[in-house]
Write a protein that binds this ligand. Structure first.
Ligand code: ADP
Length: 394
């Protein structure tokens, strides 16, 4: 083996170029081997270029292996030209052995790859599938255009319907306003004449007559309150929202408290402020109304066995303030928490005066100013806490 390696490049034979005395045949071998060898050298270059520009090719290692195999084949042919005149047969044999070592596994791997290559879609199949996809895309575009058209049609109908509903709403509001406004006058008559009868005819009335008169006067007073609330409610619906009014919640709270002074004193209520009250975005009169409604409810719906205790606090949240008005009153069962904000929805018995519009009005006022209002109460006898949010001014 060592001897073989040492004499790898020795030329101890007669080169067959000298033996063949047919110069034509020698030339034929020389030129053909040269061209084959050079061509074999070019093929791997083409393969490397192909693998580089088509990075998505399947099995790129196969191209590499094939390139090496072709390169070694080319070497055998170029060596054949050299060996014609320089008989380094040992070295030529080694190169052939290397080529054989490369060609056999390459051939095996190629054969194993054939079934998988067969599964690759042919260019014709790809063309057909592309055409199919193009048809599907075109159909989808048509469907999308139809959906768009239907959507536009739907939006137009919704806009028409909304306009109609807004108009109907406005008609209803005007009607409600006119009715409540016009009813006030005859009602005032009833109240005034009831009071006059009470003042001038009281002694002459029988017990039954006195009872009828008081009932009529009470009814007229209740109706008066209802009409006042109804008027504020309908007026609020039509009033254009003001820009970004600033209001001191502290001042609004104080004003509401002053307005309720008598009612609070009558039941010895304790109304306290648990935190300082901030400046918020709402009109002063609107916030006074919200506080007044919530505080007056806290007094109206008090427990008969406890002095009303009402606390108000404000808590800062990102971009807004969260107000809460808590009382120790009769409480509200959870199923009613949402319903009490509906207009005319009352849970209490009719002995407690009210129109059922106070909370609906509060909700409207708060929502018009970008806030939310809700109630939390664990149920009957457990007190209630009304929460509402308003935008901060800073
Ligand atoms: P009104 O007080 O005129 O009836 P509101 O809209 O202010 O109307 O309130 C609706 C209903 O919600 C009331 O009738 C009452 O049953 C209930 N309610 C409101 N506030 C309270 C409260 N603080 N505690 C218990 N119940 C309340």
């Amino acid at each position: 083996m060592m001897n073989f390696l040492r004499s790898l490049f020795s030329t101890d034979f007669m080169a067959h170029g000298y033996c063949l005395r047919l110069p034509g045949v020698i030339r034929l071998h020389e030129i053909s081997d040269l061209i084959i060898g050079l061509s074999y050298f070019l093929i791997p270059i083409a393969l490397i270029y192909l693998v580089r520009i088509r990075r998505d090719l399947a099995w790129p290692w196969m191209f590499g292996l094939f390139g090496l195999f072709i390169l070694s084949c080319g070497s055998t042919h170029l060596l054949a030209v050299y060996v014609l005149w320089h008989p380094i047969y040992r070295f030529e044999g080694v190169v052939k052995a290397l080529t054989a070592a490369l060609s056999f596994p390459t051939a095996l791997l190629l054969i194993r790859l054939v079934p998988r290559v067969r599964l690759l879609p042919s260019p014709e199949l790809l063309r057909q599938q592309n055409a199919l996809l193009a048809t599907e895309v075109a159909e989808r575009k048509v469907a999308e255009a139809e959906v768009r058209r239907l959507n536009e049609e739907l939006e137009r109908r919704v806009a028409d319907r909304t306009r109609e509903l807004q108009q109907a709403n406005e008609d209803l509001r005007q009607f409600t306003w006119a009715a409540s406004h016009d009813l006030q006058e005859p009602l005032r008559m009833v109240t005034i004449f009831s009071e006059m009868t009470e003042q001038t005819e009281w002694e002459r009335l029988t017990e039954d007559g006195k009872f009828y008169l008081r009932t009529a006067a009470d009814g007229a007073r209740k109706m008066q309150g209802l009409l006042t609330d109804l008027l504020s409610y309908t007026q609020l619906a039509s009033a254009a929202p003001e820009g970004n009014p600033k209001c001191s919640a502290q001042q609004a709270f104080d004003e509401a408290l002053t307005n309720l002074g008598l009612a609070a004193a009558e039941c010895s209520a304790e109304i306290y402020r648990a935190t300082p009250l901030p400046e918020v975005t709402i009109t002063h009169s609107q916030l006074v109304q919200v506080f007044q409604n919530l505080l007056s409810n806290a007094l109206k719906y008090r427990r008969p066995d406890a002095i009303p205790l009402v606390g108000i606090r404000a808590e800062r949240h990102p971009g807004q303030w969260l107000f809460s008005v808590s009382d120790n009153g009769i409480g509200i069962d959870p199923p009613h928490h949402k319903r009490i904000f509906e207009a005319f929805k009352r849970l209490s018995n009719n002995d407690i005066p009210g129109s059922g519009l106070g909370l609906a009005l509060c909700q409207r006022l708060i929502e018009r100013n970008g806030g939310r209002i809700w109630v939390d109460s664990e149920g009957a006898g457990r007190g209630s806490t009304f929460f509402f949010t308003l935008t901060a001014t800073d």
